[in-house]
Design a binder for this molecule. Structure first.
Ligand code: DGL
Length: 280
């Protein structure tokens, strides 16, 4: 049997369709600064958002298999799309607690909304799944929901067009219909959207509160760690490891913008057949 302190020192495994999940790692490192983390971003197959649920479920199974190989003590599904359509797949394959981003984001939005008019933005797959709506309706049946897929936000964030006229224009185009519905809360239901927070905020105006699912997830991760006595007791500087299935140009530059700090070494772990094998 593994001693409790060794188990607690094992990393939290975080995965995403690509680089966007680093916004969730940023939220985790802020809330839980002593946790070791292994991150896997499936950059070779991103984006997941326009793909069918079946394909996303197959990819998610391979992604979680990679993390299991790193003996993680918990799995965090940073990707909204995977959390929306493949949470059950990940739960079945993980031998450790699993936290997705949908449930925490939805619960945080219900708590934040005063007028009970909530907007949800995400990838096409996340919006089609109605995963946020299911959780919100289960905890508050009187809430009005308005959703919109915003697929162009992903490439704009990856391109680094944060404070760019095109991004502001796209944000207005996508979000204007939601402002007409007089939403008071907007869920940023995609890993990339926190990076575009300023453009989104100015498109919806000051009366709308933004809920970052990644931040809500970090609070839930803390709760689950404590519930399972899994919190790392060491106060040493944590070990953050980053693996991706392909290393695109500008990866470090874009990654650091998402993570909010320098990433250090990023290793490639190409996907082979039904699994991912680290090349080192
Ligand atoms: N990570 C995805 C999400 O949060 C966005 C990028 C993609 O489409 O794969 O839904």
């Amino acid at each position: 049997m593994i001693p409790a302190s060794a188990l607690q020192a094992q990393p939290i495994g975080v995965f995403d369709s690509g680089i966007g999940g680093l916004t969730v790692v940023r939220a985790l490192t802020r809330r839980l600064p002593h946790e070791n983390i292994v991150y896997f971003g499936d950059t070779a197959r991103v984006p997941y958002g326009p793909k069918s649920p079946q394909v996303v479920r197959e990819y998610a199974a391979q992604d979680v298999a990679f993390l299991m190989g790193h003996h993680v003590k918990m799995v965090v599904i940073a990707c909204n799309t995977v959390s929306a359509v493949a949470l059950d797949v990940v739960q079945k394959l993980s031998r450790v607690p699993v936290v997705g981003v949908i449930q925490p984001g939805a619960v945080a939005a219900v708590a934040a909304s005063t007028k009970k008019r909530i907007g949800i933005i995400g990838t096409q797959a996340t919006v089609n799944s109605e995963a946020y709506a299911h959780v919100i309706r289960a905890c508050a049946s009187d809430v009005q929901l308005f959703s919109r897929a915003c697929p162009l936000f992903v490439p704009l964030a990856e391109e680094g067009w944060i404070d760019h006229p095109v991004t502001r224009l796209v944000a207005k185009e996508y979000l204007f219909p939601l402002t007409l519905e007089k939403i008071d809360t907007l869920i940023l239901g995609c890993t990339h959207y926190p990076v575009l927070r300023a453009a989104i905020e100015s498109a919806v105006g000051p009366g709308v509160g933004l809920v970052d699912s990644g931040e809500a997830t970090a609070i839930e991760v803390e709760r689950v760690l404590d519930a399972h006595a899994l919190r790392n007791r060491s106060t040493d500087r944590p070990h953050l490891q980053f693996f991706v299935s392909d290393i695109p140009a500008k990866f470090a530059e874009v990654g650091e913008r998402f993570l909010g700090q320098s990433m250090g070494r990023v290793r490639r772990a190409p996907i082979e057949g039904g699994g991912v094998a680290p090349l080192g």
